[in-house]
Design a protein around this ligand. Structure first.
Ligand code: NAD
Length: 447
């Protein structure tokens, strides 16, 4: 994957620096759906390249991935193999700038471009010039496309950048979204969207004013096994859903920097991992809660929880009568699971929220005999899926499935959760009649 990334970025940099080479681009588009083809193209003798160009001239212009079909490898009775991977040619992809080079960017997002079909990394923004130079070299990003937090606004002059992906501490999402929108770029912002309803509203307004898209990176809403659960719930495959139980806990390292500072993180376990319980419940049901009740408890004497909360237990009530009971914590062993309890069956996701290795189990009794089904995890890269969705929204001028309004609604509910715990009483929320009220068009589920 690393080699692929380097190959296509190097090809890109070379192309941009040498001027636009139409015949080479044409060949790459047609022969080079695999990134390896970039190397082949540059090695091709000129006469052969010209002959190839003439042959290809009759073909329709490249408009993205090539339609390549291979015969099946397995009999239909065997488990299905991997889906075909048919990415856009490099010059068709949407260019991303990554802001913040921490754990998530280096360990998940940058590697995910190797599995992306429509996105490519073209710029970096960091406060650490040495680290940025190393990462730029690793991913073939030009030195002229590397910015500090101070020179970030100059990104407006970089036509390769179409989307800015903000992966900074929570308190910085607001400022970097406003500046990014002002620079005329679309924004993909990590969760939680910001630290207050007011900040979320300003981010939506800034992107609207600039005529740019704003998407919140709720990767679970793009992940196939969780999307299957949504379909089972919405189709009432096991009858009406009655209850959900969600859990997202992890034991935080003691030297966790900004996550334990209220001003930077906005809160503790709730806006970080607890948000998965809230957002996934809303995603599965499509409804909005009308009441929340919550309790907060932090272990006394633990220096991690001086400014922020450790544990939150909250219950969401929905107009259909469904209840979702959620628990989140920063001081107990990793558990990232949920169960949907419906009339004639239950669906368990355990784990549900990590980046890889998700597992789903459905239990029902169609003929009076209890049956367990465990669908295969297609093992898709969640970050590639969400970045590809944003890229398609940019290319096709669509509202993202998880736009700023989705992040704002979560922020409203989180503020009600804090209020409920503070005042030790249930807190009502405004009724929202529409299903999927804050979402854009759903991504297409692949075969
Ligand atoms: P991190 O601490 O590993 O990285 C944060 C980056 O921001 C670092 O490169 C750091 O140098 C930089 N930074 C700039 N100003 C800073 C400041 N004042 N204090 C601290 N760091 C500063 O964090 P991360 O885990 O990469 O998280 C970044 C964002 O991504 C957060 O909003 C987090 O909620 C989100 N996140 C999302 C997921 C997901 O699955 N979608 C997973 C992890 C993190």
């Amino acid at each position: 994957m690393f080699q692929e990334n380097t190959a296509f970025n190097t090809a890109f940099s070379a192309e941009a620096e040498n001027g636009y080479d139409e015949s080479r681009r044409h060949f790459i588009n047609h022969a080079g759906r695999g990134l390896l083809a970039v190397g082949v193209a540059s090695a091709l003798p000129i006469a052969a390249a010209e002959a190839h160009k003439a042959a290809e001239a009759a073909a329709p212009p490249a408009t993205g991935p090539l339609d390549i079909k291979l015969p099946p490898l397995e009999a239909p009775t065997d488990p299905k193999g991997a889906d075909p991977f048919n990415p856009d040619a490099p010059d068709r992809r949407v260019g991303y700038a990554l802001v913040g080079l921490g754990h998530l960017t280096l360990n998940e997002i940058l590697p995910a471009f190797g599995k992306s079909k429509h996105a490519k990394p073209v710029a970096l923004v960091s406060g650490d010039a040495d680290k940025m130079a190393k990462v730029a070299k690793q991913y073939g990003i030009k030195a002229s496309s590397c910015y500090s937090y101070q020179t970030y606004d100059k990104i407006k002059d970089n036509p390769e950048v179409e989307v800015i992906y903000i992966v900074l501490p929570n308190s910085m999402h607001h400022e970097f979204t406003l500046r990014g929108a002002k620079a005329g770029k679309h924004i993909l912002c990590e969760k939680p969207m910001a630290n207050s309803v007011k900040e979320c509203e300003e981010m939506i307004e800034a992107c609207k004013k600039a005529g740019k898209k704003l998407m919140i990176a709720y990767r679970i809403q793009y992940e196939p096994l969780n999307r299957q659960v949504q379909k089972l719930v919405r189709d009432k495959t096991y009858g009406a859903t009655k209850m959900l139980q969600m859990m997202n806990t992890q034991n935080q390292a003691h030297d966790q920097q900004w996550r334990h500072k209220k001003a930077l993180a906005g809160g503790g376990s709730l806006p970080d991992v607890g948000l998965y319980c809230l957002n996934t419940t809303r995603f599965l049901l499509g409804e909005e809660p009308t009441e929340v009740s919550a309790q907060i408890y932090s272990t006394s004497g633990d220096d991690r929880f001086k400014e922020i909360e450790e544990n939150v237990s909250f219950t969401l009530r929905f107009p259909s009568g469904v209840i979702s009971q959620c628990m989140t914590g920063y001081g107990s062993f990793n558990n990232k699971s949920y169960t949907v309890y419906a009339e004639t069956g239950s669906i368990e996701m355990d784990p549900a929220f990590p980046y890889h290795g998700l597992h789903q189990e459905r239990i029902h009794a169609p003929d009076g005999k209890q049956m367990k089904e465990t669908p295969n995890d297609p093992g898709k890269d969640q970050f590639a899926l969400e970045m590809d969705h944003m890229a398609e929204c940019v290319r096709q001028n669509k509202t993202p499935y998880t736009p700023g309004e989705e992040g704002l609604q979560d922020q409203r509910i989180m503020e009600a959760i804090y209020q409920s715990a503070r005042e030790n009483r249930p807190v009502k929320l405004p009724a929202v009649a529409k299903i999927d009220a804050f979402r854009g068009e759903a991504p297409k589920d692949e075969a």
